[in-house]
Design a protein around this ligand. Sequence first.
Ligand SMILES: [Cu+2]
Length: 360
Amino acid sequence: MKKRMLTIFMITLFLSAAQVWAGQVKRYTFKITIGQWQILPDVSVKSLMINNQIPGPTIEVTEGDIVEVKVVNYSPLPHTIHWHGMEIPNKEDGVPYVTQDPIERGESFTYRFVAEPAGTHFWHCHWSTLLHISGGMYGPLIVHPKDPSKDLNKKYHVSQDRVMILDSIDPKWQTKMLAMMEKMHAMEEKSEKTGMEKSGGERLFKSVAEFRKAIEEGYKPPYLKGIPKPSYKYHLINGHPYPLIPPVKTTVGKTVRLRLINAGNNPHYLHFHGMSLLVVAIDGFTLKNPYRLTTIPLFPGQAKDLILRPKIPGWWAVHDHAEWASTNNGHFPGGAMFLIGVADKTSRISNYTPKISLTQ
Ligand SMILES: [Cu+2]
């Protein structure tokens, strides 16, 4: 009788444990390649791509889920992936030579962690970040709260939830650098086969003295000698600049949630015409006291969640108020800019149809 009671007790314990952990395993595969990315009809840039897309895949999970990402490196460059904003075991953090060795060509590495905390986050490559992040290795990481009472979409009766991830690039610099790195790594591979010295590209310091000397003299990796820093001439939202950024379409009285993430190196100041916004979360954390703004500063590495409830119909412009970032290579309108089309109850947005000017 005692034994039977114990069995029933064990089964009950097992069932309740299964109820406590309701998370699922969410699996993703990231295939890294180098290819051409068409940002505008006549502007193509050599880029690092994950699954042939920029931004890379969106990871969308619920708090407590187990995220498993298998990264397969088909490119000649080393990489690691960092989960920005996540609180996870140190060995999954993806910082080269701090938590792991880089993933080299032909290698794969699987990251595994429990998704927490909830909120709007992102992931990006952590190797040679100036080239690798802006070069295309980034994507959204959305963690929905497990507790429905903390769901901002429910709280604000959101009818549309959109993610916008920003990046700034210098196509000429990026194309040149990636071509050079490809060449360098091909040479390295050749010299490894013939047992010759490495080409002097990406490698570890041989001694502390070498490391100290490099810092004292103002370090520049060998492959960057004689090459200026990138000058950001194109500003992308979800992989394209305006006018290729699809507009947000809504209706008076409806509520939109915008999740803005700045994955690039350039700060942005998005100004919204015709409406104010409620800032409800920063870096994934829900604000106790949401506040209203019409211009949203977005620093590199920052994420902000906005709630919009436009009252006036029309095509409303949203653009970076720092002039140079709302252009394509100097030409306005372009860059970090998009339109919000607000329809009235008869589905009419405006009698005026937006056009793109060649001379403005
Ligand atoms: Cu990388």
